[in-house]
Design a protein around this ligand. Structure first.
Ligand SMILES: *Cc1c(COP(=O)(O)O)cnc(C)c1O
Length: 394
């Protein structure tokens, strides 16, 4: 490991340089430590390492140099003391809950969460006696009112999928501190390049590394970032025993992804802003949801707590489902897939895909109409993205 890095470096530098792993071969680009276990020179050395009295790796479910490099670099970017990498974004949410909560505890979560997170809370975590209440994410009084004596965790995703609604992280952190509960922010949509929840007072950040951190749609992975005690000890201890750990190969892909994250996120933002402004002028488009538009109801909050508006744009077509499907089916370049955070622009119809399994009433309450389309804007020339969408808008 090249130990030298300065936590005060800018985000581009941290992404490229922080915690660069280096073996005695002094390779310039990180190598992958693809091994499940590590050998010892003697029984006594094995004992010392197992006891934690001597440094060294034992087994890749516990620690692995490539995974560790990814964890240290992401922790540096988020401004956290510790990071634990996980097999997926969902494994990160699961690990946080199982490591820190117990039977009888309660979660308050925003109602615009990623669908699998809602299923996890309602159908898995609930079976272990941890209930979840949902509140409108922008309504601070509702968060406050939903906190019970047994509440331990506030969980929020901002901006939300697919409507790009925002929660005020600093205000939620203030509530969390005052009421003695933790605040966890799923920072998948913005990454530390555009938003640093820990610096706004949150206790934990969750990532699906599958999205922008990979950035090219190759690997599934996730991470939890936070303090040395809760994350460095409790979540790490859970991971070591329960095992939803990240593969070293995936960690290497994500480590490489962090090197270009700052450049890519700014390019995603620029393309998304241009596309949102163009969509806003199209007669077939009733409404565009993008925090970078002055018409977004939380545009000022977005300017305050984010350093960019992100790569996700959603919009409503006046023609309902028929118009939305026609637009999607008219594309030739844009990919019809629910993934996001890829170099390639993706398009999806939330009402029949990502949000298709919730009841029509719940969908309506969440503001997800039949005419809504979500575009995760990629890194192609924005003129080509516009041209591909224009065909289905006329
Ligand atoms: C994709 C996603 C997840 C889950 O991550 P996986 O890597 O697919 O398990 C969680 N939260 C958000 C906001 C996501 O977009």
């Amino acid at each position: 490991m090249n130990e030298f890095f300065d936590p005060d470096w800018g985000y581009s530098t941290l992404g490229v340089r922080a915690a660069e792993p280096r073996t005695e071969n002094r390779e310039h680009s990180a190598s992958v430590s693809l091994t499940s276990s590590y050998v010892f020179s003697s029984a006594a050395e094995a004992e010392a390492v197992f006891k934690g009295e001597a440094p060294g790796y034992i087994y890749s479910r516990f620690t692995n140099p490539t995974v560790e490099a990814f964890e240290r670099r992401l922790a540096a970017l988020e401004g956290g003391q510790s990071c634990v990498a996980t097999a997926s974004g969902m494994a990160a949410v699961l690990s946080l809950c199982l490591a820190l909560l117990k039977q009888g505890d309660h979660i308050v979560a925003s109602n615009g969460l990623f669908g699998s997170t809602i299923n996890l809370f309602n159908n898995v975590i609930a079976r272990f006696g941890v209930a979840t209440s949902y509140v409108p994410m922008a309504d601070l009084a509702a968060w406050e009112a939903a906190i019970r004596p047994n509440t331990r965790l506030l969980f929020v995703e901002t901006p939300s999928n697919p409507l790009c609604e925002l929660a005020d992280i600093a205000a939620l952190a203030g509530i969390a501190r005052r009421r003695g509960v933790w605040l966890c922010v799923d920072n998948c949509f913005l990454t530390p390049v555009l938003q640093q929840p820990l610096r706004l007072g949150a206790d934990f950040v969750i990532h699906s590394a599958t999205k922008y951190i990979d950035g090219q749609g190759r690997c599934v992975g996730g991470a939890i970032v936070g303090d040395a005690e809760r994350v460095g000890k409790d979540v790490f201890g859970f991971m070591r025993t329960a095992g939803p750990c990240m593969s070293p190969f995936n960690a290497w892909v994500f480590l490489k992804g962090l090197e270009t994250l700052s450049v890519r996120m700014n390019a995603h933002c620029a393309n998304a802003q241009a596309l949102a402004e163009w969509l806003d002028e199209q007669p077939a488009v009733e409404r565009v949801h993008y925090p970078g538009l002055a018409s977004h109801p939380q545009h000022v909050l977005a300017q305050r707590q984010q350093s960019g508006f992100g790569g996700i744009v959603s919009f409503e077509l006046s023609g309902g489902r028929a118009a939305a499907w026609k637009l999607i089916d008219s594309t030739r370049m844009v990919s019809i897939t629910a993934n996001l955070g890829d170099t390639r622009t993706t398009i999806t119809h939330p009402a029949t895909t990502t949000h298709g399994r919730i009841t029509p009433e719940a969908r309506a309450a969440a503001g997800i109409g039949e005419g809504l389309v979500r575009v995760a804007v990629g890194l192609e020339d924005v003129a080509d993205i516009k041209a591909d969408l224009a065909r289905g808008l006329t």
